[in-house]
Design a protein around this ligand. Structure first.
Ligand code: PEP
Length: 260
């Protein structure tokens, strides 16, 4: 399986800044067969960046979508409209769940629309600080994984990438975000794989990519990438700093080659 290095730019950069930043990345990023580099710009910039990018080096991802294909849904953008421009769509990000009150029902409709349109969903799951304190992590992860996947047919499950993003470790929410230890992440990965195995079988569980996200930087990326179950990283803040993001890509390549 490839290693995924995905940058989520969130609501940062104007269209012009996005283009300059992508250009900077394209000059530095190598086209590695076994490393999939993806950036997720603002919706505003997606059209122009889709013409600018070299997809062998950097693919594009949308940060959100609506589950209907067309119609009277003012302000929304469908996967049908995105499908010529991006390869991936993030869904269920904690900022969507907690700031915009997206439910598992909204999320599963989006996951199935993304698959129906031939793109890859990156389904984010993760517990909040208080859920963790009250010992609810396992239940939350199970509910979010099964809740997000329940409209996907068994043969399509492994097309979904799952990103474990504990809310308490995401830097954008909380300036005092804590850094997750590799052991915390390994425990969550094991749990997610066992939920997938129980529900969809061993092969699907092994073929589904699991990413980690939460205050990943070039200084800690390796510790997560070395985990047995880790197939990549979803990176917020550090993906807005070109040398940080490109260093993380090189670290991923080094880890991949060492394990080959
Ligand atoms: C995110 O919001 O998906 C994320 C991982 O952010 P950060 O890397 O800034 O914690």
């Amino acid at each position: 399986m490839k290693t995924y290095i995905i940058g989520n730019w969130k609501m940062n950069f104007t269209v012009g800044e996005s283009s300059l930043f992508l250009n900077k990345l394209l000059q530095k990023v190598h086209a590695y067969r076994d490393i999939e580099v993806v950036v997720s710009p603002s919706l505003m910039a997606i059209q122009s960046l889709s013409l600018q990018t070299d997809r062998r080096k950097i693919k594009l991802c949308a940060q959100n979508c609506y589950h209907r294909d067309f119609g009277a849904y003012t302000g929304e953008v469908s996967v049908t409209q995105l499908r010529a421009l991006v390869d991936y769509v993030i869904v269920g990000h904690s900022e969507r769940r907690y700031i915009f009150n997206e439910s598992d029902k909204d999320i599963r409709s989006k996951v199935s629309a993304i698959i129906r349109n031939g793109l890859t969903p990156i389904l984010c799951v993760g517990e909040t600080e208080s859920e963790r304190t009250f010992g609810e992590t396992a239940d939350v992860l199970r509910d979010q994984v099964l809740g997000g996947l329940s409209e996907v047919s068994a043969e399509d499950i492994s097309k979904v990438i799952i990103a474990y993003e504990p809310v308490w470790a995401i830097s954008g929410h909380d300036k005092a975000a804590r850094v997750a230890s590799p052991l915390d992440v390994q425990d969550a990965f094991k749990l997610i794989r066992s939920v997938l195995k129980e529900t969809y079988g061993k092969t699907t569980a092994e073929e589904t990519a699991l990413l980690f996200g939460g205050s990943v930087k070039s200084t800690n990326a390796e510790s997560y990438l070395l985990l047995d179950d880790c197939n990549g990283l979803l990176i917020g803040g550090a993906s807005l700093i070109a040398p940080e993001f490109t260093d993380i890509i090189e670290i991923a390549k080094r880890v991949k080659d060492a394990n080959a």
